[in-house]
Design a protein around this ligand. Structure first.
Ligand SMILES: Nc1ncnc2c1ncn2[C@@H]1O[C@H](COP(=O)(O)OC(=O)CCCC[C@@H]2CCSS2)[C@@H](O)[C@H]1O
Length: 328
């Protein structure tokens, strides 16, 4: 038995803050402790550590429709979450990490609704072959972290809508998500709500780990400054987009002044090389642009500035600025 157990429930709903809180718990957990942490995010796609956001999701549509993007530190694929999704995390010291036991807590909680889930080969929990939970793992020194999602009442239409590549011609490396047939637990038992399931998971955890203590609720009034500071790192463009493995993409469009095609190779979210092909009939020199783009972050606002400074013709500048705004 571990010497210490702890239960933390977040009443904050921003992905970056919740991931920062998870990381804080992980860093400060000693080897004799097991922590259960429950949390929910407002509309967010959480991508895996080694994923390319442009390849996994429609970043433009997400931006336009208020869906956040955040990169986590564990591996695996991209998942969509809204308040119909509940996340659970088990943080455990070296000798107490036991995935089967951790899954057992979740499955036991579901049994009280007459739902008999199964552990599938690839880090999923399923019922009748349909996935309701995706799981991923990471560690900090000797402390292990196992976290998973639970689809209760998520807007399932949002999955194909946002978990689909951006409208970019892109050749990318990195980890691909594995699309599954998914199911909302609510469709199996209408009594299941995130609050009710949270308390069932807490009961199952208490029983499994013989815990009798309190539940620590973290909200805006008591969240540590350190966590809010760390959350900033999860909001950075350089982390969420910039950490994408190297990839190449092509931006192309037909204009009254000619066909424009620009090939970009990127590394750490910045342009490493740019090549332009065009049969432009207007007077313009594109060579300075290919040089000035090197080192620029692959983000519309940075590229718009470079276009403004490197090109002469206002019509071309305007067209290409809207091209990058539209595509990136
Ligand atoms: N919320 C949610 N829950 C379960 N499955 C999902 C979800 N959203 C999408 N999907 C399905 O899973 C695949 C991706 O599966 P894949 O196996 O590639 O990735 C995962 O499962 C990653 C799980 C990460 C868990 C973390 C825990 C705390 S924050 S995120 C996707 O294409 C959809 O078909």
């Amino acid at each position: 038995m571990p010497e210490h157990t702890k239960i933390v429930r977040s009443k904050l709903y921003e992905g970056p803050v919740n991931l920062a809180l998870e990381e804080y718990l992980l860093r400060n957990c000693d080897e004799n402790t097991v922590i259960l942490y429950l949390w929910q995010n407002n509309k967010t796609i959480v991508i895996g550590r080694h994923q390319n956001p442009y390849k996994e999701c429609d970043v433009k549509k997400m931006e336009a429709e208020g869906v956040n993007l955040v990169r986590r530190k564990s591996g695996g694929g991209a998942v969509y979450q809204d308040l119909g999704n509940l996340n659970f995390t088990f943080i455990s010291g070296r000798d107490h990490h036991d995935i089967t036991r951790q899954y057992k807590v979740i499955l036991k909680a579901l049994e009280s609704y007459g739902i008999y889930g199964e552990i599938s080969g690839r880090n999923d929990l399923t019922v009748d072959g349909q996935k309701f939970s995706g799981n991923a793992f990471m560690n900090h020194k000797e402390v292990q972290c196992h976290h998973g999602t639970l689809l209760l009442d998520v807007d399932l239409k949002a999955l194909p809508k946002y978990l689909t590549p951006s409208q970019l011609k892109i050749k990318a490396r990195g980890v691909d998500s594995v699309k599954s047939r998914v199911v909302n637990l609510r469709s199996l038992n209408e009594k299941i709500t995130t609050e009710d399931l949270s308390s069932k998971i807490i009961d199952a955890f208490k029983e499994e780990y013989s815990y009798t203590g309190e539940i620590e609720e973290i909200g805006p009034e008591n969240v540590e400054e350190e966590v809010l500071g760390e959350a900033k790192a999860y909001e950075e463009w350089t982390w969420n987009y910039g950490k994408a493995p190297s990839f190449d993409l092509t931006l192309e469009e037909k204009y009254p002044w000619g066909v424009f095609e620009m090939d970009l190779s990127t590394k750490n979210g910045r342009i490493q090389e740019a090549a332009i092909n065009t049969d432009c009939i207007l007077k313009e020199d594109f060579i300075p642009l290919t040089k000035d783009l090197v080192g620029t972050p692959l983000a519309a606002k940075d590229m718009e500035e470079v276009l403004q400074n490197s090109l002469q013709n206002p019509e071309i500048i305007r067209d290409l600025q809207s091209l990058v705004r539209e595509k990136l």
